[in-house]
Ligand binder design. Structure first.
Ligand SMILES: Nc1ncnc2c1ncn2[C@@H]1O[C@H](COP(=O)(O)OP(=O)(O)OP(=O)(O)O)[C@@H](O)[C@H]1O
Ligand SMILES: [Mg+2]
Length: 286
């Protein structure tokens, strides 16, 4: 393939920041670069999607990452979420990766703000939309590193740049297919397998809280993948420190989500018992 999609009628009113070349020129440059470097764009139509979805600055940032050799392949789209798109990619050494790009335009700031505001790591100054999304991306990167350092099975974060996060690809590297979410994978679970994974996830919540000092805050069967043997916790942008004013509420919500989902496999533990076990009775009250 080797070509990004054409962009003949893409109209762009805005410049692209410090480099200040129009989008058409940028894409042309991108095309030449792709040819020169022999970058494989697995699916030109997918890249066309990128051109339509992302703003010029994001395309430019991607271009620079390809140019610097930090990304060597951009493959098909894996997911289009509320705030971000995820693509198959490869890092500079050809290691399979997931490329998560937060959309600056369509992101839902009202709900995101709540998770950022109470976090002493990121709450410094009022930010523009763009700065906010950059900080969010950095927060997801930092959270993934913290979680993994604590021993949680989550994607290894490779790097972030502006609103772009590159991390380990969790899936079949040959086909570029991501592992299924728990909600799909669980259809094949036996009761005892379900029960085992249930307890492992509760143990992860405890590890996250006590070793990584994090509450996931969006834990559910949607944000857990399953590789056929083990579960993998993903999507950590909203995870907060225990000091966050919403931390208790988020933790209880996470517990309830997990208990609801796993009640089909086993008698779930009491919400409050789990909470006390995770937090310790002195530390916080539900
Ligand atoms: N590291 C990864 N490896 C493989 N697939 C991934 C990886 N990260 C994400 N995905 C795929 O992309 C989907 C969406 O990812 P994620 O949950 O992180 O973002 P999201 O829910 O779209 O985020 P948001 O709702 O904040 O926009 C996942 O369900 C999974 O299918
Ligand atoms: Mg998600």
């Amino acid at each position: 393939m080797g070509k990004m999609g054409r962009n003949s009628n893409r109209n762009s009113g805005t410049g692209i920041g410090d480099d200040d070349i129009g989008t058409a020129k940028l894409i042309e440059k991108f095309d030449r670069l792709v040819e020169k470097k022999g970058i494989t764009i697995r699916d030109a139509d997918n890249f066309k999607v990128m051109e339509n979805v992302f703003d010029d600055q994001t395309l430019l940032a991607l271009y620079k990452l390809v140019n610097k050799g930090k990304i060597s392949e951009i493959g098909g789209s894996i997911s289009t979420g509320k705030e971000a798109n995820v693509f198959y990619a490869e890092d500079g050494d050809g290691v399979a990766a997931a490329l998560k790009i937060y959309r600056i335009q369509s992101a839902n700031f009202n709900t995101m703000g709540e998770y950022m505001a109470g976090d002493p790591r990121f709450s410094s100054i009022r930010k523009s939309k763009k700065e906010f999304i950059f900080a969010w991306t950095k927060k997801e990167y930092a959270n993934l590193i913290r979680a993994r350092d604590a021993g949680i099975n989550c994607p290894q974060a490779f790097f972030f740049d502006r609103n772009i996060l590159l991390m380990e690809f969790c899936g079949d590297k040959e086909t570029g297919t991501a592992y299924p979410q728990l909600r799909q994978a669980a259809a094949d679970f036996t009761k005892s397998q379900g029960e085992e994974i249930y307890h492992a996830i509760i143990a992860d919540m405890k590890t996250l809280f006590n070793k990584a000092s994090l509450v996931h805050a969006d834990l559910s069967e949607f944000n857990i993948l399953f590789d056929g043997e083990k579960h993998i916790i993903i999507d950590m942008g909203q995870a907060v420190l225990p000091e966050h004013p919403g931390a208790v509420r988020y933790l209880i919500r996470d517990i309830k989500n997990i208990n609801r989902f796993f009640s089909r496999f086993c008698e779930p533990l009491d919400d409050e018992e789990i909470f006390k076990d995770i937090v310790g009775t002195e530390r916080m009250q539900p």
